[in-house]
Design a protein. Sequence first.
Length: 131
Amino acid sequence: EGSEGGRVQGMSVAYTLSDGTTTITIYPKWDFKKKRRMDRSDHRMYDASMFSYRWAAYDVFEFTLEGITPAQAATINGWWENKTELTFAVSGSPVTTGGTVKVGGNRTPFPKFLHPRVDYYQGKLELEATA
């Protein structure tokens, strides 16, 4: 059974997302990934030389959440739709880190219920660092 952001199924480390008014504690599944994304364009010339134009590079955090309450799902989906700037805090032994993020991706983060339960949601969350 899911509870409080997937605590039963997820990692034991607490992660929080906050817009300054609302804070949600989440417990990602073990598929947590931190990647570096780069917006760039590469162009190869006739003589085989290459030119790269780089506009931005930023961290992306991706992970699955299960057991999200309807209220949490609605809040996170609203943050995604409005591109709300959030504080993302990762606190666990022995390291605590954090940063400013926005919910990324081109699809609603929590579109479906956690089967067979209809009182919890599941989905994949993508957070893009903004600072």
